[in-house]
Design a protein around this ligand. Structure first.
Ligand SMILES: C[S@@+](CC[C@H](N)C(=O)[O-])C[C@H]1O[C@@H](n2cnc3c(N)ncnc32)[C@H](O)[C@@H]1O
Length: 376
């Protein structure tokens, strides 16, 4: 079966009815072109979530040989023909029928319908920020950033697109050049037609000045950039609906989350970056010491531990939290997003586990410390 599939020019393959050992409930595969290379993209479905995996042509064969046999039903859709393989009791039954699919396949990895912001759409600040060319094409070197901000806005749209309030207030922590801030403003003000107030905070005076200049140039009212150290300066005291942060350095992310917790902000979208804190202080202390033996593994484990603790603290503080891969690793090595929605009151379920980890492995985690010190 697999060799035949590998030799077919397919438009799509679906694998369903998982058998023992399959991690996902269903997989859809299609050929795509990523940065000019022919590749395959697998959409893997589990617990109502989709996980994307891009495979180069050379990786695909090995992957298919291991994964597809874990599904009892595999359907291969080619132009004009659908072939179904059904496996039971060690035997594979093959059937074939005609279909109306044409040979033309959309090989784009980023099908336009998936995008809220479309290439070619007149979004002038993106030209000023160097993401679009003057004729609104994506600048090649900014493709990954474009992908990140587009996906970020899609995720905001999923959660906040139906907010019925007339006016929405948003803070962006560590906004930097503010590609995301401008786009979130554009999404709410221009696409959704809402009144929106956004403040972007950053340490860097020159980038803040430039962003204010661009906001003024396009009369983006109520979009403001402020020089601030989010770890110590006094921030907005108005009611905020959404806190966002994209790659705010190290513990700046903790201060964004802490602000949201303290102010009971309903929606949080935070993609952390350079999680150095735990990596610099963690020491041996338990069953998982082997994960601290090699520098690069220690660094990655520390980053994951940091984000797990952040998610656990948010949960204790009454948020429903999802940790998701917001873009594929190819578009950013820091691709985990903490997506949180305040749904209930405080309940310290995770705190004892965090305490135990901190004392066993000798580290401190800023968000946990901030929350703990506030309570006592
Ligand atoms: C990697 S950049 C990300 C910028 C932007 N969010 C993006 O994704 O393009 C991180 C930004 O966080 C800012 N930053 C770091 N620590 C900060 C702090 N304590 N207060 C405010 N901004 C901070 C930096 O100046 C920098 O511009």
């Amino acid at each position: 079966m697999i060799n035949e599939i590998l030799n077919l020019q397919f438009i799509k393959v679906t694998a369903s009815s998982p058998i023992k050992g399959a991690e996902f409930q269903k997989i859809t595969l299609r050929p795509v072109v990523i940065k000019g290379e022919n590749c395959f993209q697998a959409e893997r479905f589990k617990d109502n979530k989709v996980f994307h995996l891009n495979l180069s042509s050379s990786e695909f064969e090995g992957w298919a040989k291991v994964v597809l046999p874990l599904y009892a039903q595999v359907c291969v859709f080619t132009a004009g023909k659908t072939i179904t393989y059904f496996s039971a009791k060690g035997r594979v039954k093959r059937s074939e029928c005609k279909n109306d699919l044409k040979g033309q396949v959309n090989l784009s990895n980023n099908r336009e319908k998936d995008y809220i912001l479309k290439e070619g759409e007149n979004i002038p600040p993106l030209v000023d920020l160097g993401v679009f060319t003057p004729d609104f094409k994506i600048v090649k070197s900014k493709y990954d950033k474009y992908k990140q901000i587009n996906r970020f806005v899609e995720l905001i749209d999923d959660e906040c697109g139906k907010i019925e309030k007339e006016e929405i207030s948003i803070l962006d922590f560590g906004c930097g050049k503010s590609y995301l801030t401008f786009i979130v403003y554009y999404y709410f003000a221009k696409i959704k037609g809402k009144k929106v107030n956004i403040i972007g905070y950053d340490l860097k005076q020159d980038v803040v000045e430039n962003c204010n200049k661009i906001a003024k140039k396009y009369s983006y009212d109520n979009l403001e950039f402020v020089v601030a150290d989010v770890k110590k300066d006094v921030l907005s005291d108005r009611q905020i609906d959404v806190v966002i942060s994209l790659h705010a350095c190290d513990t700046a992310t903790d201060y964004a989350l802490y602000y949201a917790i303290q102010k009971g902000v309903k929606y949080v979208f935070s993609v952390p970056c350079c999680q150095h804190e735990i990596n610099l202080s963690i020491g041996k202390g338990g069953d998982l010491d082997c994960l601290l033996k090699y520098g690069i593994i220690k660094e990655r484990v520390s980053a994951l531990l940091t984000d797990s603790i952040r998610a656990m603290v948010l949960e204790d503080m009454g948020y429903k939290v999802d940790v998701i891969e917001f873009v594929d690793l190819a578009h950013s090595p820091k691709n985990l997003m903490l997506r949180a929605k305040k749904t209930r009151g405080i309940k310290l379920v995770n705190a004892p586990e965090i305490e135990k980890l901190q004392s066993a492995y000798g580290f401190k985690q800023t968000l946990y410390s901030l929350v703990k010190n506030t309570k006592s």
